[in-house]
Design a protein around this ligand. Structure first.
Ligand SMILES: NC(=O)C1=CN([C@@H]2O[C@H](COP(=O)(O)OP(=O)(O)OC[C@H]3O[C@@H](n4cnc5c(N)ncnc54)[C@H](OP(=O)(O)O)[C@@H]3O)[C@@H](O)[C@H]2O)[C@@H](O)CC1
Ligand SMILES: [K+]
Length: 244
């Protein structure tokens, strides 16, 4: 079993998709955090990672955010809003705007009010990007990517710009690390709450773990080991490495 270790040497337990789904269920159906809170923390941490990856003068670089129709997409749309709010040159492309619903759809309404640019998937060929955010598919990947999601993955693979993936590189199975079809090769992957067992693969690139505010009591109720105390003592994102 691959273990994930912080730069301070703390061993962080990894979870399968099923375990993460149970954590989400306990949080959303129980005492919280609710999906709005978790997605906001995810998106804000992702925006901060983008700013750090682009460095000084980040706001003059073009950022393309590719979002799918579910929670992964919602986190990407949220990050796009935060970047646009701070003056970034952000272009958002959603795989299928009509299929957005619930909290992800509300994230899009917020993005539209941010002044960021929403482009159609047909405009992909015209887009320039210095950094691409991969928020297409998360841990609910079901089979080989198809349709618009596959098109977005293909677009990311053909360009030189680095890709930062939210939670898991799109097309990679969050439990096994296998890719049933096309998948993203990320420069960086920002995992949410806990590393997934499927992240111990090269497609992940650098692994960062973002805290999205889930208390230890919720993890314990989901029968998942909480991360070691002090893991986030220096901030909401920590770099992890894995050793097979
Ligand atoms: N606490 C947390 O951890 C939080 C986690 N969060 C994030 O949510 C993510 C999980 O969200 P999720 O369950 O909505 O699914 P997600 O992975 O976004 O997929 C969405 C859609 O993709 C599609 N699709 C699937 N397979 C496909 C294929 N082969 N080829 C093409 N399309 C395919 C399918 O759409 P459909 O086919 O039904 O139209 C499906 O509905 C998780 O990874 C994390 O990033 C945040 O919400 C914050 C809190
Ligand atoms: K992703």
């Amino acid at each position: 079993m691959d273990s994930f270790v912080s730069e301070a040497g703390l061993v962080v337990p990894a979870v399968t998709t099923e375990q993460m789904r149970e954590v989400d269920r306990v949080a959303i159906e129980g005492i919280g955090p609710n999906l709005y809170q978790m997605m906001e923390n995810a998106g804000r941490n992702l925006a901060l990672s983008c700013v750090e990856m682009l460095g000084e003068g980040w706001a003059t670089s073009s950022v393309v955010v590719l979002a799918g129709t579910g929670g992964n997409g919602g986190g990407g749309i949220c990050a796009a809003r935060h970047l646009a709010n701070h003056g970034g040159q952000v272009t958002l492309v959603v795989s299928d705007v009509e299929r957005l619903a619930g909290v992800p759809a509300e994230q899009l309404a917020l993005f539209r009010a941010s002044g960021g640019r929403l482009a159609a998937i047909g405009d992909l060929g015209t887009l320039e990007t210095s950094l691409t955010v991969d928020a297409v598919l998360g841990y609910s990947l079901a089979g080989a990517p198809h349709g618009a999601a596959a098109d977005l993955i293909g677009w990311m693979s053909q360009g030189p710009a680095p890709v930062v993936s939210l939670d898991v590189p799109s097309g990679v199975d969050a439990t096994t690390g296998e890719a049933p079809g096309v998948h993203v090769r990320a420069a960086t992957t920002m995992a949410l709450a806990l590393p997934k067992t499927g992240l111990a693969v090269d497609a992940t690139g650098e692994i960062w773990l973002a805290d999205i505010g889930i208390p230890a009591g919720v993890l314990e109720r989901a029968r998942v080991r909480p991360p070691p105390a002090g893991l986030f003592s220096k901030g909401y994102r920590v770099r992890l490495s894995w050793s097979s």
